[in-house]
Design a binder for this molecule. Sequence first.
Ligand code: PEP
Ligand code: MG
Length: 324
Amino acid sequence: AQKRYADLRELPAEDQSGKVISLTMNAGLMADLPSLAGSGADGVGLFRTELQFLTRSRVPSRGELAALYKRVMDAAGGKQVQFRTLDIGSDKVLPYMKPQDEPNPAMGWRAIRVGLDKRGVLRMQLQALMRAADGRPLSVMFPFIATPEEFHAARAEALHMRDREAKIGRRVPETLRIGAMMETPSLAFAPDSFFAACDFISLGGNDLKQFFFAADRENERVRRRYDTLDTAFLSFISGIIARCDNAGTPLSFCGEDAGRPVEALTFAALGIRTLSMRPASIGPVKHLIRRANLDDLAQVIREAQDANVETVRPAVTRYLAGLH
Ligand code: PEP
Ligand code: MG
């Protein structure tokens, strides 16, 4: 099977009806970057920047961060890297951060909430990213955005940092794409103006599913209890897809489910055009996409939903098993 996937490396993830799905990879350390070429990923759809903070005993300096991000971009060799700003919370405690005593850290002071309350670190990160880009295109996304206001505030910081860099004579990114990670159900119901303001949206399915079903992703007793292919969850996702389509905003999915072939095919059939996953999943997902007809699979899903099933998993699995 490994050889078969290697043969697919240079081929597009194009289904039988001619739709091309962009398969990108998730990364977080320099050591992940060689997988970009090895897996045939179209880029890095999610670069988790917190890992580089977690492995140090003090806050990295702006210069250290800029050097790190530059190495990441250089290693990507022109392929797009979507950098996610720090997603740190009281569950992912930095050795140099005062521990917060919170009863529900996953719903606590984390990610962009920390970034907006302690702007220094957010600004430093944005500045380091721009210096690393050194005139090249840059994509940044903000984690755990729960309201449009949070996105607008974070975006304003990025634009402000770009202006400051320009003012002091530094090269600014050729293009600056600013996106939001949708990880709380609230954001799916934001006004149209929010969707229009995002250069792209990425679904953080791990958190989104946890909050949709109120099932802790860290709790073994409940974490596999609810099916990602549950029709309630899929109609929620379909609503988000429709809103992004209306606004012309590119949508990707970067949670762990994007790397599970049955889930990945289902998302693609529903209309998600970019999936970001661990590198080892790219081959198997691509293999299946190339054999499937996403229009047919969409029809299979619609029929199952019309038949009032609670999960479309049996129908999707049957369709995929029938491919030769
Ligand atoms: C997610 O929540 O799906 C996500 C990609 O972010 P993380 O897993 O880092 O919380
Ligand atoms: Mg998340």
